[in-house]
Design a protein around this ligand. Structure first.
Ligand SMILES: Nc1ncnc2c1ncn2[C@@H]1O[C@H](COP(=O)(O)OP(=O)(O)OP(=O)(O)O)[C@@H](O)[C@H]1O
Length: 634
């Protein structure tokens, strides 16, 4: 720790007396001894402060009081003690019965009683300026005083006038002055450290912060705030904030003593969230602080938070590179998807169940500018109409019975700046289609029960297994929404139109499963001889159905007893022709769908799986949404 830096600013006499004390303190402080009094002392002190070479001044009498009045720096005063005067008077009595005392500021009434005690005549005077002191000297001489007790200046003047001057300050008082100075330096350093810490925090804060005194004048502003105000610190400190930037005025906060936040303000081409808060000390308003939060950063943070919170949910995991298949039909579809991805426009994906619509939507999201933004998927067929509405658009508190306390953000808000995947859009109720169309056109949503719209920036990728054009003709889908979504339309081919992909895809999926189950078996070996059987099956459940078959094959390799099932055995066990799976992709399914009782099959599967929709759908080799559809087809 560096030694404290003291500046002993004094007049000649006291400096000489203090010499041994200064020497005694040299190992505890760096001491500069400077001669000067009154105006000259002040300017010497100011000069040192400007250079930053002093922590504490040590001074006595007039110098000390002048420095205290005019400097923003700690000053330790060498105090004149009662004993000091007594000692000086005793010394003076040895020289004369008539003694003068000349002190800075005011006379000491208590000395009247000392007069009698010491049996001497005391003439007391006080001075404010050097001229005053000279006048005092003249008056003393008129009264025949030969010995004068007083400050350094007084002793000097007395000697100049041929009188005897005795310095009133004792060594003990001077030593105490230096002790006080060291303590002041210690406290000042603590405060400076604290201030430096606070200053460092404010300096590096992205938010713009300033404080004002009770009169509304700026007392502090961090660099971010100076950038907002477009002024250097010197042009800001001490200025009335209300005049400098009326929009930021803290006058009402100073008046009311109330905290106030949430206003949005545009300043310097940026949006800021404004927070005003009173600064209270012992329940009184001693100032106010203003914080401007950068709206853009808040927005970014909000997005990151939302994305983090969604990590465990259905996010976008797949990229184009993860999608298996190399058949011409599949590659052509992927080429188209890649092209569409970069446009940022709405896309409609059509394809039978399990053809990979959601995977392609995820891959498009990853290949778009929104890759690092949220990807939110919702299955429109999995909700009752009212629920889907609140799911999509959110609701305010009290919007309906059972509405969540504090309201709830809808999926459009959750997907803000990212992509919203609307699966099974063909099943969206007409009323909701109207709302969706409005959102797509106006780019803002209304939470249920909300009075104000909220702007949203969401790219919509919709998917359907149903021929939407046909549903438009049947009056089940809004024509205008159809055209809005259909700007870019992509048909994903069913698996039976990609026979060349069957074996490679099966290998890819089986290898994944074997890895997941930590089984050493080789996918290619297990699938040797499967080609014909794979091609013979119509795969109404498409890749999802193939996945199920591969799951079963992988499970058959688990200990304790590995089996080698026939392909037909597994395909038959898993693959159930899916009613209503075909979409108007121009291709007719290569096999008829023998099952005409989907609702019953779904109900049976649910009963077998303890009403667990996910497991029932898996057992049937269909997606959950198809399961819902089957249930509703009763
Ligand atoms: N090209 C592919 N490569 C690897 N896996 C695929 C591929 N296509 C689909 N899948 C797998 O098939 C399953 C179904 O895919 P996805 O959910 O994307 O289909 P979908 O067309 O959206 O189905 P649905 O209409 O029934 O919701 C997923 O589990 C996925 O992992």
């Amino acid at each position: 720790m560096p030694l404290p830096r003291l500046c002993f600013l004094s007049y000649r006499e006291i400096r000489q007396r203090a010499q041994p004390i200064v020497e005694a303190y040299l190992d505890r402080a760096l001491i500069e001894v400077v001669d000067g009094s009154f105006e000259q002392a002040l300017s010497l002190a100011r000069e040192r402060l400007a250079r930053g070479t002093v922590d504490v001044f040590v001074s006595a009498g007039s110098n000390a009081s002048l420095l205290r009045r005019h400097l923003q720096a700690p000053v330790a005063t060498i105090q004149l003690g009662g004993f000091d005067i007594l000692q000086a008077l005793i010394e003076a009595r040895g020289l004369s019965q008539r003694v003068g005392i000349v002190m800075y500021g005011q006379t000491i009434p208590e000395l009247e009683s000392v007069k009698a005690l010491l049996n001497i005549e005391i003439h007391q005077h006080a001075y404010q300026t050097p001229d005053d002191a000279r006048d005092c000297m003249a008056r003393l001489r008129e009264h025949g005083v030969q010995v004068v007790v007083g400050s350094s200046l007084v002793v000097d003047l007395a000697r100049q006038d041929g009188l005897t001057g005795i310095l009133a300050y004792s060594l003990a008082s001077i030593r105490q002055g230096f002790e006080d100075a060291l303590e002041l330096a210690r406290v000042a350093r603590l405060e400076a450290d604290r201030y430096a810490q606070l200053d460092g925090v404010l300096r590096h804060l992205q938010d713009a912060v300033l404080a004002v005194d009770p009169a509304g004048r700026i007392t502090a502003a961090n660099p971010a705030m100076l950038a907002v105000l477009q002024r250097p610190q010197a042009a800001v400190l001490g200025q009335a904030l209300a005049l400098l930037c009326p929009e930021l005025s803290l006058d009402s906060t100073l008046r009311s003593g109330q905290e106030q936040g949430g206003d949005v303000l545009r300043l310097g081409g940026r949006d800021w969230l404004v927070h005003r808060t009173p600064i209270l000390a012992q329940d009184a308003v001693v100032g106010a602080a203003l914080t401007l939060y950068d709206a853009h950063s808040i927005h970014e943070g909000d997005n990151r938070l939302r994305m983090q919170q969604r990590q465990n949910q259905r996010g976008a995991r797949y990229r184009f590179a993860d999608l298996g298949g190399a058949s011409p039909a599949w590659l052509a579809a992927l080429d188209e998807a890649r092209r569409f991805a970069s446009t940022g426009l709405s896309v409609l994906l059509q394809g039978e169940t399990g053809t990979g619509k959601e995977l392609v939507a995820q891959a498009m999201h990853h290949a778009s500018e929104r890759a690092h933004r949220p990807f939110v998927a919702v299955n429109c067929s999995a909700f009752a109409e009212g629920l889907l509405e609140s799911e999509l658009f959110g609701h305010e508190e009290g919007a309906f019975t059972g509405a969540r306390r504090g309201g709830r953000r809808g999926l459009f808000e959750a997907a803000h700046t990212g992509t919203l995947f609307l699966d099974e859009i063909g099943d969206m109720p007409l009323g909701l289609q109207t709302r969706l169309l409005r959102v797509l056109q106006e780019r803002e949503i209304h939470r249920l029960g909300a009075s104000h719209p909220l702007p949203v920036d969401v790219r919509v990728i919709a998917a359907t297994h149903q021929p939407l054009a046909q549903r438009v003709q049947q009056g089940l889908f809004r024509e205008d929404l159809f055209y809005r979504l259909n700007t870019l339309c992509l048909n994903l081919p069913p698996l039976r139109q990609r026979p060349d992909d069957l074996l490679p895809l099966a290998q890819q999926l089986l290898a994944q499963r074997l890895r997941a189950l930590k089984l050493p078996a080789q996918a290619a070996e297990l699938l040797a001889g499967w080609g014909e059987a794979l091609r013979a099956h119509p795969w109404p459940g498409n890749v999802r159905e193939l996945e199920n078959v591969m799951d079963r094959l992988a499970v058959s390799q688990l200990p304790p007893r590995r089996t080698v099932p026939w392909p037909e055995q597994l395909i038959h066990a898993a693959g159930t022709p899916v009613p209503g799976a075909a979409v108007s992709t121009g291709a007719a399914p290569s096999a008829p769908h023998p099952d005409t009782r989907p609702a019953q099959r779904a109900a049976e599967a649910l009963a077998r799986c303890g009403q667990h929709h996910g497991r029932a759908a898996e057992a049937l080799g269909i997606s959950r949404s198809t399961l819902w559809r089957w249930l509703r087809s009763a």
